[in-house]
Design a protein around this ligand. Structure first.
Ligand code: GLN
Length: 345
């Protein structure tokens, strides 16, 4: 799209104008707890999909791991299963680094430099870079994500890395650290990402040294998180950019809604259309098995389960997210309640 004029955020306090924001509440606490438990029991024995192994150390994760966490807009959490297990955040980091870059450059400048259209290709596609004049395409596929990381504030590799780690930690409400084993394993095997970075550089669509940008990107993907952390990060995006547990403002509301727009169109790679069609809210998956789902104004949902489908999205995570999005009333496109008992969606 050429020059679409973007209005700045309207000058009123959104909290006082509920008619202009997404509406509705989550069900009662006891009901959320019951539904989270139900989703867990329903899918814990589904053993389809395969654990990622293209980053060698990821293959060691148990395919049985499964956790679900919901964090509401006041920071209350509802969790079950392996929600305290640490795993590398991988691609789930991408929307949060994009948020940092949008906050730094402004979301319109970020769109011009990175793009916000989906590719229809796998997450690490070089073909997508070659076939589309935008090259980077969007911040949630590797090309756009490495370009996004290259725009992180800071003049040196270490400064950029510090700003990325610090802002992702604010989203999580605790200090995140690197999983050294994952970082070493991915650094030794990420030739493809280095290739993408060099290709972008040749097109003038990478904004820092290719090797260093890829290194910061690899560090960002190696940050250790739990499903609980991811639910808090998702809830921060659901809450207009304020972390509902720490109370800290992490990004502004205008940036927040643009990040969610990109997640809605590109969060699950080439299956993003299927996700939006079935689940109806922005989401983001990663190859270690995490998925975040954001229901604006209502809360964040995170799932963790390592076995993936062919596009690299957690199988149990997608099933549980769909089940919960329907029963918790998260779908952004639903304007009337589901009918019947059990409800038909
Ligand atoms: N670090 C991984 C990579 O770049 C992230 C991919 C993903 O989670 N889909 O290949």
């Amino acid at each position: 799209m050429a020059e679409l004029s973007m209005h700045e955020d309207l000058p009123f306090d959104e909290a006082t104008r509920p008619a202009l924001v997404s509406t509705g509440n989550l069900p009662m606490h006891t009901e959320i707890r019951r539904l989270v438990t139900e989703a867990y029991e329903l899918y814990r024995d589904d053993d389809s999909g395969a654990v990622a192994d293209y980053i060698p150390v990821l293959a060691q994760a148990s395919p049985k791991l499964f956790g679900i966490a919901v964090v509401g807009p006041w920071g209350r959490s509802f969790e079950i299963g392996d929600v305290e297990t640490h795993f590398s955040i991988q691609s789930v980091s991408k929307p949060f680094v994009f948020a940092l870059v949008c906050d730094t450059l402004g979301y319109e400048a970020a769109r011009v430099r990175l793009g916000v259209n989906s590719t229809g290709f796998p997450f690490n596609s070089l073909m997508a870079v070659e076939l589309n004049a935008e090259r980077t395409m969007n911040p949630l596929v590797n090309a756009g994500a490495i370009a996004t990381t290259s725009l992180a504030p800071g003049a040196t590799l270490e400064e950029k890395w510090a700003s990325v780690r610090e802002r992702l930690s604010m989203f999580a409400g605790r200090e995140l650290t690197i999983n050294a084993e994952v970082y070493a394993s991915e650094s030794a095997t990420n030739l493809r990402n280095q290739g993408i970075a060099h290709l972008l550089r040749s097109y003038g669509r990478l904004y820092f040294d290719p090797e260093e940008a890829t290194d910061i990107y690899t560090r960002q993907c190696s940050l250790d998180v739990t499903a609980h952390d991811l639910a808090v990060m998702a809830a921060t995006l659901a809450n207009g950019g304020v972390n509902p547990v720490s109370g800290d403002r992490v990004i502004g509301p205008g940036v927040c809604r643009r990040v969610l727009a990109v997640m809605a169109s590109a969060g699950l790679y080439e299956l993003s259309g299927d996700w939006l069609y079935q689940i109806g809210v922005p989401g983001k998956s990663g190859v270690s098995g995490g998925i975040v789902t954001v229901a604006p104004g209502k809360g964040g949902l995170a799932t963790y389960s390592p076995p993936l489908d062919a596009a690299g999205n957690s199988v149990r995570g997608q099933l549980a997210s769909k089940y919960l999005a329907e029963r918790l009333g998260l779908n952004l496109f639903a304007s009337v309640p589901a009918q019947g008992s059990p409800p038909r969606f």
